[in-house]
Design a protein around this ligand. Structure first.
Ligand code: FUC
Length: 822
């Protein structure tokens, strides 16, 4: 017992020391990246870089977060769509003719979204005449957001550091040699888009280019059609872009020409990279009405060049740490002393973990990587993180690297609030304003409805129509009407966590107008319930009575769950703002008669209006569990029957799936309060996919999420899910350690956020709460829940079923300690 206490006290001391500066947070390798998914990402929400760490020909693949094909969404693209709405409803509600409904749905489609594009490659050629370097290491330090490559050739140590500064809005590269004058190097730029290279003075190289006016998705290849079109003579040509690199060295010489920069005899060299596009908002043609990208790129580089490297680096580190250091998460390594995992390069470590090795520090590294990636990909003022965050090398990226809003975009932002990165949520919330404008046009044009609607895909232009090139899309994904409604949850969540009423007042009209559309969209079925028709369950099919696979039906569980969630959030928002009582009453009334959740014959939650047979019982989407997560309709105490049904559904679906599907399952199992099963899914998510993705869903060598292919959402779902295991707050309570797995025996987390404006630190030992500290952002009541008896300010919690619960009146800014009663 004494030994345990001493060990734990030591652990606490370590925690206190480490928690403010969590150590070991880096990804390192002992060889350069060959594949893109081995390269290391840096970013400032605007510029993204994938660093390969190669010796003689270093490659940094570049992105600029606004660089998309196309221009503002076109209007009146399918004025005929509306005429199919009544027939499709008739086919569904009267005839139950799902095949007919499917064909009609196709007639109600618009155009595909545009594509997120790569900016180009930055190449650093430094010849060592093929000599083998020694002491090679490349590393990404998550705490400083600096990537370093280090190696020695002929006794000379070379160091390359790269970071993307948000304050200076540039990428900065410093190359150093251990021996004076040892750096001879050239810098080149190229791009898969149209571009030209020019040189300015003697030390700057400029790549100026043009994005295509349209790029088709990679899965859409009709005959007689160019997938990439540069000239749109009738409409709007694509955006211009520019990337500049300036070399600064005190010791060496630099010349510049159309091949790039040529540096000789330098001891230390700093390269500053700026990038800009002519993107000027969702409603302006980036060609005719574009911004002056040249002036922007030149201005940024000139401003940065006036600063010292140390000054730029210090500003960058301070800025990054202001966000990153808000949360620490450590797990005590209770494994054998011979555990050497942390001395292995990360890819090897992941392989060992994937084969079953115990490595809690890899789990916390993965956790913090999710937070690192969100800080790097999503910054206020910029666009939201897309399917690949901001990192994409392909002209026709998988699924256009767009916003897929039937799960993926939302998933990107699940950790934003709970892991104390609320500011990083803002790009999504700001973009919703745009989507509500384009979505209002679509609601009117396609359905003659008020309010606004968005379907399953969008982009920087706010595409809101059902995609499919007017009939070529499969309704199983294209004709889904809940994208906007679901995204509105993020507006509410931002308020729920921050309690920022000013924000809520600006968000409320967007939420309300989504509800207005929905009130227009709902119809009554024969039993008097409000239902949606047409309706799909992303991206799954059922078998109709004749055994045919079908997608389009009535009132899928996801539709009804999202609508219930939206209405609840709008009702609560109108209460918080003390506004709109009549509208609130209307929503409350309609909510009572929404088609309800139902159980199937296996005890599972039904996905469709009827108990249809499923075509793919292990399908990656489990959309009907929306009410369990990210919704709040299903819970152990409020809806025990559906709580059990949700569990059954997940058991039937199984634990396999694409990266993001596994990530969502962590969150679901956490909400089912089953920490061990959630932990099993962490292991599934951290399954080593290999650089080629052949290992299946999971994680690439650079810890990027593997669908496969790469899709960043799973990283964020992983971080969010681990947080849900330690802290939940969606039911109006701060639930401490709701789903702690046996594998996380002792640990500590600091700086998490809970709804209601609370900041929470938790320490646990032997799988039980040891101590927690809660601070409130506003005066108010905090209802605390834990599965063990506890006290706060000498008041004991009361037992409620298996748990203990206590409501504590809190004063803004004061600390409240939760102690277990032994
Ligand atoms: C949805 C998913 C796919 C993929 C794509 C981007 O279509 O069903 O698995 O994640 O989005």
């Amino acid at each position: 017992m004494r030994i345990v206490t001493i060990t734990f006290t030591l652990f606490l001391l370590t925690v206190t020391r480490q928690i403010s500066a969590q150590s070991g947070l880096s990804l390192w390798y002992n060889k350069p990246a060959e594949a893109w998914v081995e390269a290391l990402p840096v970013g400032n929400g605007h510029i993204g870089g994938m660093i390969f760490g190669r010796v003689e020909e270093e490659l940094i693949q570049l992105n600029e977060s606004t660089l998309y094909s196309g221009g503002p969404v076109k209007q009146s693209i399918n004025p005929d769509a509306f005429q199919y709405l009544a027939p499709i409803r008739e086919a569904l509600l009267k005839e139950q003719d799902y095949s007919k409904a499917n064909e009609l749905a196709k007639k109600m489609q618009g155009y595909f979204t545009e594509s997120y594009l790569p900016l180009g490659d930055l190449l650093l050629k430094q010849s060592f005449n093929g000599r083998t370097p020694s002491a090679y290491q490349r590393r990404l330090d998550l705490q400083t957001a600096i990537a370093t490559t280090r190696f020695t050739v002929d006794g000379v140590e070379y160091t390359r550091e790269v970071f993307c500064s948000a304050p200076a809005n540039v990428m900065v590269i410093r190359i150093r040699a251990g021996v004076p004058g040892a750096i001879d190097l050239s810098v080149a730029l190229n791009s898969p888009l149209h571009y030209t290279i020019s040189a300015k003075a003697n030390n700057e190289v400029i790549m100026s280019g043009k994005a295509p006016a349209h790029v088709d998705p990679s899965y859409y290849n009709p005959k007689d059609r160019q997938p990439v079109i540069y000239e749109d003579t009738a409409g709007c040509n694509g955006m211009r872009f520019q990337c500049r690199v300036k070399a600064i060295t005190k010791t060496g010489t630099v010349t510049a020409d159309t091949l790039g920069l040529h540096v000789q005899h330098a001891t230390e060299l700093v390269l500053i990279v700026s990038a800009a596009t002519s993107f000027n908002g969702f409603d302006k043609c980036p060609d005719k009405e574009g911004k002056n990208e040249q002036a922007i790129a030149a201005g940024l580089i000139d401003a940065a060049a006036k600063r010292s490297y140390t000054g730029l680096q210090q500003d960058h580190v301070n800025d990054h740490q202001r966000y990153f250091n808000r949360v620490s998460f450590i797990l005590k390594d209770t494994g054998a002393a011979s555990n050497t995992n942390s001395t292995l390069p990360v890819d090897k470590r992941l392989q060992a973990y994937s084969a079953g090795a115990y490595d809690p520090a890899l789990e916390t590294l993965y956790y913090q990587y999710g937070r690192y990636l969100l800080i790097a990909a999503s910054r206020p003022g910029g666009p939201p993180a897309n399917l690949q965050g901001i990192w994409n090398k392909e002209l026709r990226a998988p699924w256009s690297s767009n916003y897929t809003i039937n799960i993926n975009t939302q998933m990107n932002y699940w950790p934003a609030e709970s892991t104390n990165l609320s500011e990083m949520h803002l790009p999504l919330l700001q973009w919703l304003k745009i989507l509500s404008v384009t979505g209002a046009r679509v609601a009117r044009e396609f359905y003659h409805c008020d309010g606004w609607v968005a379907h399953h895909n969008s982009d920087i232009w706010g595409c809101a129509n059902p995609v499919g090139d007017r009939g070529a899309g499969d309704p199983v994904w294209a004709n889904w009407y809940m994208g906007g409604n679901w995204l509105c949850q993020h507006l509410w969540e931002h308020y729920a966590f921050t309690q920022d009423k000013k924000f809520l007042a600006t968000a409320y009209p967007i939420m309300k107008q989504a509800a207005v559309f929905t009130l227009n969209w709902l119809v009554k079925d024969s039993s008097g319930y409000w239902v949606t028709a047409p309706s799909t369950s992303p991206e799954n099919k059922f078998r109709d009575e004749k055994g045919r696979a079908q997608a389009v039906s009535v009132a899928t569980t996801m539709d009804m769950s999202i609508i219930r969630d939206l209405f609840t959030n709008v009702i609560e928002a109108s209460e918080a703002l003390n506004t709109d009582q009549l509208f609130r009453n209307r929503l409350t009334e309609v909510r009572k008669h929404l088609y309800p959740l139902r159980k199937g014959s296996k005890g599972e939650l039904l996905e469709w209006y009827k108990e249809f047979a499923e075509t793919d019982p292990q399908h990656r989407h489990v959309s009907h569990l929306f009410g369990l997560h990210p919704g709040r309709q299903i819970s152990q105490h409020n809806t025990p029957e559906f709580f059990e049904a949700a569990k059954k559904t997940l058991e039937i679906r199984g634990d396999a799936g694409t990266g993001w599907s596994r990530g969502w399952k962590i969150n679901w199992w956490a909400r089912l309060l089953d920490g061990d099963h959630a932990y099993k899914l962490i292991r599934q998510l951290l399954n080593y996919s290999g650089a080629d993705g052949k290992g299946g869903g999971g994680t690439y060598p650079n810890l990027f999420d593997a669908h496969p292919p790469f899709q960043i959402d799973g990283n964020f779902a992983g971080t969010a899910g681990m947080t849900e295991m330690m802290l939940q707050s969606h039911l109006g309570e701060v639930h401490l350690l709701p789903a702690l797995p046996a594998a996380w025996k002792e640990g500590a987390v600091k700086g998490l956020k809970a709804r209601g404006g609370f900041t929470v630190d938790i320490l646990w030992a032997k799988g039980k709460l040891h101590k927690a500290m809660i601070t409130a952002a506003i005066d108010g009541v905090c209802r605390i829940r834990n599965n063990r008896p506890f006290v706060v300010n000498a008041v004991s919690a009361k037992q409620e079923a298996d748990d203990f619960v206590l409501s504590v009146k809190m004063k803004k800014g004061q600390r409240y300690y939760v102690h277990p009663l032994e």
